[in-house]
Ligand binder design. Structure first.
Ligand SMILES: Nc1ncnc2c1ncn2[C@@H]1O[C@H](COP(=O)(O)OP(=O)(O)OP(=O)(O)O)[C@@H](O)[C@H]1O
Length: 597
C-alpha cells in the first residue's frame, strides 16, 4: 500500500538575511545605519565647506540658512559638514575600540576559561578589579594619565570594555571546555593551543560577534562622553561628542548647535543597537525558525476550515482531521497531517511511530501545548466529552490541563523541578485546580505516592528528584498526572528512559490505574512490544499521518501497512537469534535500495 501524503505547505528555510529582514526593528536599524554610513563615507566628495574653517561674521545661523543647511556653530563653521566628518570619526573610534576590546577580552576569556585553576583565578580577579571601578571614572583616569586626545580616549574606552568581553567569553568557554568533542580532539593528540583555536574558538565566535554587535553603539556613546568632557577629540577636529560639548554654551540661544549632534548620536546608537539585537537573534539557533518573539504557552489556532463546536455522542476523546505545523518565516511545515482517532473511557490507545513521525506534536496539540510561535494548529478539532477544545478560550483550555487531560512525559528528571521536594510538586499540581490547605494537599500527595507504588511514601515525600531512582521519578510523574483525577492520561514514551524491569513495572502500574480508575490512556511509544502489553487499540503514525489503526491483536496478527510490518519486525523475541535477523533483513532491503537509488 502506498503512503498518501497530505498536501503540505512547502518549507523554505530562511536565509540569515531573510530572517534579519523579517525583524522589522532590525531592518529599520539597518536602513538608518546604512544611510548614516553612506553619508559619512561620502563626506569628502560632497559639496561641503571645510568643517574646520571659522567664519565669525556668520556665527550661529539657524538651520536652513542660505549655504548652511543645518546652520553654523559659535565659530561660524558649517554644522552639516562638521556633523558628517564628526560622524566618520565617532564611528571609526567606536569600531576600533570595539575591535580592540573584543580581541583582548576574548583572548583573556578563552585562556582563563580553558585553562581554569590558578590562571583563571588570577585573570578573573584582575578583571574584577577593573570592573569594580565606575567605568567612566576609570576611562577618565586613563585619559588623565595618557593625556587628552582621540587616540587615548579610544584606548581608554577599549580598556574599560575588556572585562565585559572577558567575562562573557570565559563563561561560554567554561561550558564547552569538557564537552565530548573537545575531549575527543585532545585524545586525538591535538595540543592545547590547537584545541583552543580549532575546537573552542569556532563555538565561541558567535558569542563574540553578538557581544560586539551589541556593544559597538555603547562604545560610540562612551567615546562621545569623553569628547563631551573635552578629553577626546581636540579642537578643531570634530566628533559627535565634542560638537555636543561645544554647543552646550549656546543651549538656550542656539539649541540647534547641540541638538543636531545629539540627534545624530541617538540615531547612530539606536540603529546599531536595533541591528545588533537582530543579528543576535539570527545567530541564535533557537531563534532561527523566524520566531523572534517569546513563545506563548498556548498553541495559536488558525483554522482554515470551520468545525462544529460540539459533537453529540462523540467518544471521550475524539480527534478529527488535526493538522499542526511549525512556522518558519512566512512558510508553514506540517508535522501532523490530518490525524483522526478516538479514545473511549477506560480504553488504551497506542500511538506508535518512529522518531519524528509527529506523535508528540499530536499529543501536545490536544490541549494546545505546542508553543507558539512557531507552532500553529491549521485545521481539525479535538472533542473532549463532545466539546471542541480548540474552539474554547485560552482560559478554558488551561483549566482542562491536568484536570481533564494530564500528561506523563518521557524523562521525569527534566520535567520535575530540581529544587522542590517531590511531595510539594505533587501538592502544587493538586492545588492548581483545587482550593486545598497546605497540609491537606500534602496528605493527598503522600496518598498519591502510595497509590503509584512508592514504598515508604511518607519518608520519600521530602526527597528531591535527584534522590530518587528513574522508576521512582516516573512514578512521581504519574502521581502528578493523577493529582486531579483526569479523564485522560497522555503518556509520552513514559518508559523509554527506564531499564526493562522498571519499564515492566511502570506499564503494569498504568494498566492497574486504568482498570481501577476507568482512565482513558493515550500511550505514545515507538515499541510494538509495549503496545502489545498495554493497548486495546493502536494507531500507527508515519510522516505526520496515521497510516493504519485498529485493534492491537488484529494489527499485530495481520498488519496491512508495510511500515507497520517493519515496526512489528523490530520487536525481537527472546531466543530468536539469527532467525530474527533473517526475518528483518528482507523487510528493509527494498527500502535500502530505494535510498541508494
Ligand atoms: N519547535 C519545533 N519547531 C520546528 N519543528 C518542530 C518543533 N517541534 C517538533 N518539530 C518537528 O515536528 C516533527 C514531529 O516531531 P515529534 O516530536 O512529534 O516527533 P515524535 O514522533 O514524537 O518523535 P520522538 O519519538 O523522537 O519524540 C519533527 O519533524 C520535528 O522536527
Amino acid at each position: 500500500m502506498s503512503v498518501a501524503i497530505a498536501p503540505e505547505i512547502r518549507s523554505t528555510r530562511l536565509t540569515s538575511w531573510q530572517l534579519l529582514m523579517t525583524n522589522r526593528l532590525a531592518a529599520a536599524g539597518l536602513f538608518v545605519l546604512v544611510a548614516i554610513l553612506l553619508l559619512a563615507a561620502l563626506a569628502p566628495w560632497l559639496p561641503l565647506p571645510n568643517p574646520n574653517i571659522t567664519d565669525q561674521p556668520n556665527r550661529l545661523h539657524p538651520p536652513f540658512s542660505p549655504g548652511h543647511l543645518l546652520g553654523t556653530d559659535h565659530l561660524g563653521r558649517d554644522i552639516l559638514s562638521r556633523l558628517l566628518w564628526g560622524t566618520r570619526v565617532s564611528i571609526l573610534v567606536g569600531l576600533s575600540a570595539t575591535a580592540i576590546a573584543a580581541f583582548f577580552g576574548s583572548l583573556i576569556g578563552l585562556v582563563a576559561g580553558y585553562t581554569g585553576g590558578r590562571v583563571d583565578d588570577v585573570m578573573m580577579r584582575l578583571i574584577d578589579m577593573l570592573m569594580a571601578f565606575p567605568y567612566i571614572l576609570l576611562a577618565l583616569a586613563i585619559v588623565a594619565v595618557l593625556g587628552p586626545g582621540l587616540l587615548n580616549a579610544l584606548y581608554a574606552i577599549a580598556l574599560v570594555n575588556i572585562p565585559f568581553f572577558a567575562r562573557n567569553i570565559r563563561g561560554v568557554t567554561l561550558s564547552i571546555r569538557h564537552r565530548e568533542f573537545v575531549d575527543a580532539a585532545r585524545l586525538s593528540g591535538k595540543g592545547h593551543t590547537a584545541v583552543l583555536f580549532t575546537e573552542v574558538l569556532p563555538n565561541v565566535l558567535p558569542v563574540i560577534v553578538i557581544t560586539m554587535s551589541t556593544t559597538v553603539g555603547w562604545m560610540i556613546l562612551e567615546t562621545a562622553g569623553l569628547s563631551f568632557l573635552g578629553l577626546g577629540a581636540q579642537p578643531p577636529q570634530a566628533d559627535l561628542g565634542s560638537m555636543l560639548g561645544q554647543g552646550r554654551a549656546q543651549l538656550f540661544t542656539a539649541p540647534h548647535v547641540s541638538m543636531i549632534p545629539g540627534l545624530m548620536i541617538f540615531a547612530l546608537v539606536m540603529s546599531i543597537n536595533l541591528l545588533g539585537d537582530g543579528v543576535r537573534d539570527v545567530l541564535d539557533p533557537r531563534l532561527r525558525s523566524g520566531a523572534l518573539n517569546r513563545p506563548m504557552p498556548v498553541t495559536s489556532i488558525e483554522r482554515e476550515r470551520e468545525q462544529p463546536a460540539e459533537r453529540p455522542g462523540a467518544a471521550l476523546l475524539e480527534v478529527d482531521g488535526l493538522e499542526t505545523g511549525f512556522r518558519s518565516g512566512r512558510s508553514l511545515t506540517l508535522a501532523v497531517k490530518g490525524v483522526s482517532f478516538r479514545l473511549d473511557r477506560g480504553e488504551c490507545l497506542g500511538l506508535i511511530g518512529e522518531s519524528g513521525s509527529g506523535k508528540s506534536v499530536t499529543a501536545l496539540s490536544l490541549l494546545g501545548l505546542v508553543a507558539s510561535p512557531p507552532g500553529v494548529i491549521r485545521n481539525g478539532a479535538v472533542y473532549l466529552g463532545g466539546r471542541d477544545v480548540l474552539a474554547q478560550s485560552e482560559q478554558q483550555i488551561i483549566a482542562q490541563r491536568g484536570a481533564r487531560v494530564a500528561y506523563v512525559f518521557q524523562d521525569p528528571l527534566t520535567t520535575l523541578h530540581p529544587l522542590y521536594r517531590v511531595a510539594d510538586q505533587i501538592a502544587e499540581a493538586i492545588t492548581a485546580h483545587n482550593a486545598l490547605g497546605a497540609s491537606e494537599a500534602h496528605a493527598r500527595a503522600v496518598a498519591l505516592m502510595e497509590t503509584v507504588g512508592i514504598r515508604n511514601a511518607r519518608e520519600r515525600a521530602s526527597a528531591y528528584p535527584h534522590e530518587l531512582s528513574g522508576g521512582q521519578r516516573q512514578r512521581i510523574g504519574i502521581a502528578m498526572a493523577l493529582a486531579n483525577d483526569p479523564d485522560v492520561i497522555v503518556a509520552d514514551e513514559p518508559t523509554t528512559a527506564l531499564d526493562v524491569t522498571v519499564q515492566a513495572r511502570i506499564l503494569d502500574l498504568l494498566r492497574t490505574l486504568r482498570r481501577e480508575r476507568g482512565l482513558a490512556l493515550l500511550l505514545i511509544t515507538h515499541d510494538f512490544g509495549v503496545v502489545a502489553q498495554v493497548c486495546d487499540r493502536v494507531a500507527v503514525m508515519k510522516d505526520g499521518e496515521i497510516v493504519e489503526q485498529g485493534d492491537t491483536r488484529a494489527v499485530l496478527d495481520a498488519p496491512r501497512h508495510d511500515y507497520t510490518r517493519r515496526l512489528i519486525a523490530c520487536v525481537p523475541e527472546l531466543g530468536q537469534g539469527r532467525r530474527f535477523l533473517d526475518n528483518v533483513r528482507p523487510l528493509f532491503a527494498p527500502q535500502r535500495q530505494e535510498t541508494e537509488a
